[in-house]
Design a protein around this ligand. Sequence first.
Ligand code: BTN
Length: 256
Amino acid sequence: NNTFSTLFVGQNLIKLKEVDSTNNYLKNLASNSEPLPEGTVIMADNQFAGRGQQESVWQTEPGKNISTSIYLKSSFLPISKQFYLNMAVSLAVSDALSFFLPSPVAVKWPNDIYYNRKKLGGILIENALTGSIIKSSVVGIGLNINQQAFGNDLSRKATSVYQILNKELDLNLILEKIFVYMEKYYLILKSERYAILHSDYLNRLLYFDIATSFIQNGQVFEGRIKGVEDSGHLIMEVDGNIRHFNFKEIEYIHTN
Ligand code: BTN
């Protein structure tokens, strides 16, 4: 009974009350029931073992938020360009949420969704490879929508659409927008218009070309983000020199 106005994303929709992780569920489905239609979506009210970037856990209040995974047949994508899928997804999610919020949503490198310098959500993309060729991708998206409050250590760093608007939104309306924009940016990716994705991504990157404090191995330093390489590595100016950073190398300092 779904009426998403998309060509393929969300047309095959599997809704679950509870699952370990929608990414795990979709990966298993893809390997056991080939061929799975492109754009198949898993949605869950609750995940009891939701996963985040860098082996972190992803926990949200059941029934209140978006936990979803999308299956893409990304075999056209050269491995050297795989970060462009992260860019496409970040753009889709930030465009979709910006539609509902008073000011634009930002992307924090590499692919966190931010609003008012607080985290609204995150993305976990897992590619299935044969050798060094991408076969398909599972795009996991977790967004804080109707959750009203966060636990102690999170309340400084996390926010939700509810906290911004002071009202609950229909999750399906937001999903619809995400799927529509996902399709748009995925087709840009598929047609190899990399430069568009690259410049759109930089345009909404949090702290782009703004002096910001970072921390690396306990050392605080000031830098300016200047760009992102095709590999996804961050290009920064530090003390007049250009430096490159890998994904786990640095952290931002939360100032609020
Ligand atoms: C992060 O910010 O670290 C990424 C969070 C990604 C969470 C989503 S929720 C749906 C999908 N299933 C998972 O287990 N993780 C992703």
